[in-house]
Design a protein around this ligand. Structure first.
Ligand code: NAD
Length: 264
């Protein structure tokens, strides 16, 4: 039986460990026949990423710090040299000073605002610029966002502002690259306990609130996100671009606390 991603090759950015959303996505793509390249940030993470890549049959692992243009160039040079072209990219990267992921948005500093926007927003555009050049027959690009882009969430602060800008970038990139057959989408995932999420204030409370109040009355997993990413990166979603697809157990449709939700 042919698999959805047979003969497709792509890049996974943002794998830190086996709790990462990038890992859920990589597993789903690999199970469906994709060949994967992984990028990681800094030597510290290499020892974690190498064995995970190996589990999915890949030894194509390249360092890339997305705050550094030369580092992004080097990554895409490596891909061009090894594969010549690429079918998809997954951008699962975000960063903000965790001291500002608690308390009030109004207290955000200029330096952390700029840093957060650079790493969590511009990097997707920087990566799209290079990846598009390696997609002569079209392709699919995916980034990760959160409902804090649309509604105010406790402690999400500057990251919410960054995710709103990221979602807008997805729409502009979709228009610019659509003429070349390249689709650009995002997944808005519900809260999942990962390294990045552990920096957000009261994260356990946010998880519980979502569990009690989502239509599905549960939180989502990295495998839930992986399944939806597989759809958005495969030809199943050939007619979909510029979309923010919610994988949040339905939480974004809810208007108020569920009547059966326990007091917290
Ligand atoms: P994670 O900590 O596993 O992944 C974050 C990744 O970003 C790490 O691999 C880290 O190395 C990478 N990164 C940070 N700065 C970088 C830089 N300068 N260069 C290269 N890589 C860099 O956490 P995650 O939750 O899997 O996060 C992946 C994405 O999903 C992020 O964009 C996050 O905002 C988004 N997201 C997470 C949740 C959640 O609840 N966990 C919900 C919605 C969206």
């Amino acid at each position: 039986m042919t698999k959805l991603m047979d003969s497709k090759r792509g890049l996974i950015m943002g794998l830190a460990n086996d709790k990462s959303i990038a890992w859920g996505i990589a597993k789903a793509l690999s199970e469906h026949g994709a060949e994967l390249c992984f990028s990681y940030q800094g030597e510290q993470l290499k020892k974690r990423v190498d064995p995970l890549a190996e589990r999915l049959g890949s030894d194509f692992v390249v360092e890339c710090d997305v705050s550094d243009e030369a580092s992004i160039d080097a990554l895409f040079d490596a891909i061009k040299e090894k594969w010549g072209k690429i079918d998809f990219i997954v951008h699962a990267i975000g960063f903000s000073d965790k001291a500002e992921l608690r308390g009030r948005y109004v207290d955000t500093t200029r330096s952390n605002f700029n840093l957060t926007m650079d790493i969590s927003v511009f990097s997707f555009t920087a990566v799209a610029q290079r990846a598009a050049k390696l997609m002569p027959e079209g392709g699919s690009m995916l980034t990760m966002t959160y409902y804090g882009a649309e509604r105010v969430m406790p402690h999400y602060n500057v990251m919410g502002v960054a995710k709103a800008a990221l979602e807008a970038s997805v729409r502009y990139l979709a228009e610019d690259l659509g003429k070349d057959g390249i689709r650009v989408n995002s997944i808005s995932a519900g809260p999942i306990k990962t390294l990045a999420a552990s920096g957000i204030g009261d994260f356990r409370y946010i998880m519980k609130w979502n569990e009690y109040n989502s239509p599905l009355r549960r939180n989502v997993t990295i495998d839930d996100v992986g399944g939806s990413a597989l759809y958005l990166l495969s030809d199943l979603s050939a007619g979909v671009s510029g979309e923010t697809h919610h994988v949040d157990a339905g939480y974004h449709v809810v208007g108020m606390k569920a009547v059966d939700a326990p007091d917290m």
